[in-house]
Design a protein around this ligand. Sequence first.
Ligand code: ADP
Ligand code: MG
Length: 626
Amino acid sequence: MSTFQELGLNEDLLKGITDLGFETPSEVQEKAIPILLNEEKDLVALAQTGTGKTAAFGFPMLQKIDIDSRTTQGLILSPTRELCLQIANEMKAYGKYCKGLNVVAIYGGSSITDQAREVKRGAQVIVATPGRMKDMISRRLVDITKIQYAVLDEADEMLNMGFKEDITDILSGTPEDKNTWLFSATMPKEVATIAKKFMKSPQEITVGHKNESTDTVSHEYYLVNARDRYQALKRLADANPDIFSVIFCRTKRDTQKVAEQLIEDGYSAGALHGDLSQNQRDIVMKQFRSQQIQMLVATDVAARGIDVDDITHVINYQLSDEIETYTHRSGRTGRAGKTGVSMVIVSKSEVRRLKSIERIINKKFELKEIPNGMEICEVQLMSLANKIHNTEINHEIDKYLEDINALFEDTSKDELIKKFFSVEFTRFFNYYQKSKNLNVVAGDTNRESREPSGNAARYFINVGEKDGFDWMKLKDFLKEVLDLGRDDVFKVDCKETFSFFNTEKEHQEKVLAFFTDFKHEGRFVNVEITEDKPSRGGRGRGNSGGGRRRDGGDRKRSGGADRRSSGGGDRRSSRRSEGSGDNNRSDRRRGSEDRPTRSRRSESGDKDKSAFKTTHSRSGRSRRKD
Ligand code: ADP
Ligand code: MG
């Protein structure tokens, strides 16, 4: 193992490194730094999150640029605003002793003129999101013609988010002879393509195995009925009283809902997603970093790359559409040499997807049982006992001791302990006393299971795969437009041009009323009650008789009304620069957060809950005041 000095870093940087407390280079730093310092070469570096990639490109960049010049020489592109700020701050810390260094972060949602002013003062290094960077270039607010080093950080994620075109445009304005350094956790095809297109025979370094998850993380899954997802989450939290976790949901809406519900139920939780204002996001992140919030419920995009150590658990409340995403999620824990657990709550229909993830992370998931009520009571009780045991005595209490002693004069120590613990225990006990077993026995069916209630309504709807849906997307779509709960829409069966779904009968009126006059992408959506049973066969085949295909007529009505027209281009680009994904395409890679219906809802002034207070951290069921 070498030292930073041996890697060839100069005195100023070494001083900064000492201040940061970095003792030895991480593996990716050890491999990348000498190459980047000594060779004028392109580089592709693959390493998991949390392995120290920022310094791996940051140190060499700072050493190679000419700090006496005020020209912009280094450009770092990164997918989100949070990451941009994080990288810019790190770079400033690395370069603390590099006199005259000016690092500027450029990202959407913040004043472009302020950022332009900072650049104008002479920024040797710019850290930018692709959206805002492109904006600045087209308005001639930055000069990228003298860039010598371009870094694509979290390249996989930037491409996931639809930034390919922006990146292409930006890079095409930079000098031919610059060096491009690409850093990524995973190497999907798209990244390889970009590397091929923009880089000249890059040297490739890999830390650990490609796409492999870190060793410090164990992977578990819990098999439950979809409708029990939230209960399962609560039990996982209760069974881990000292949990400090990120909980991932697929959509902004679910993220918000789960966080609200947790807060309502007395947990210290907060939401992080792209519909919150930046100020709200900053607040919630600050609370999370300081561990005022125990459970951060987040979308993939919003939580991307966030560097908070000590996260004990990552909970996949729902799996993402993209299996690659799992690596990023689980990489939030097990950082800085600590161990962590990545938990996945799945319904039967999703179990299959775990297999694909296992292939990517090259690790097996362990099937675990959701703890039952008594187990949780036990854990909580013992946790409390330990806390009391370890508590330092506050002698302010001494003066009240006489009175307290008098009160307990006739109480034995045994009895006193029992009474004392009952205060906490009874609450849990009452809550969990009649709780049921949430675990589902693994079977061979792939269909989502829902106990037959005999009380369900089944509907026909004239949208299907042709409209870009699959059963999961359609379910999300329906939940969203109908404002229904997590598991109120079930048995969704998506065919080519039409689909079926169920709700409880109680929602029937609402469903039918909603779809009397509803357009999706310019086309009327038609929903009717059907007697149809869900198909047993494969998904691709229709199970209805001839008369049911009524989409043809409606299709004619599709006038090509542009759902985007009301959203406005500005909004789109600002959302995107916040890292909400590229709204522009119907590409299935698009983050599920960006569903067409979102904008419709908010545009129609629907009762979307306004951005919610993220400042809660009241002591919860699982956590007493410390
Ligand atoms: P990545 O970009 O690979 O996800 P980061 O660059 O964000 O990782 O680094 C993760 C954390 O590790 C940061 O808190 C960073 O300050 C710290 N770190 C980086 N390099 C070292 C090192 N050599 N020694 C100690 N800590 C380090
Ligand atoms: Mg990074």
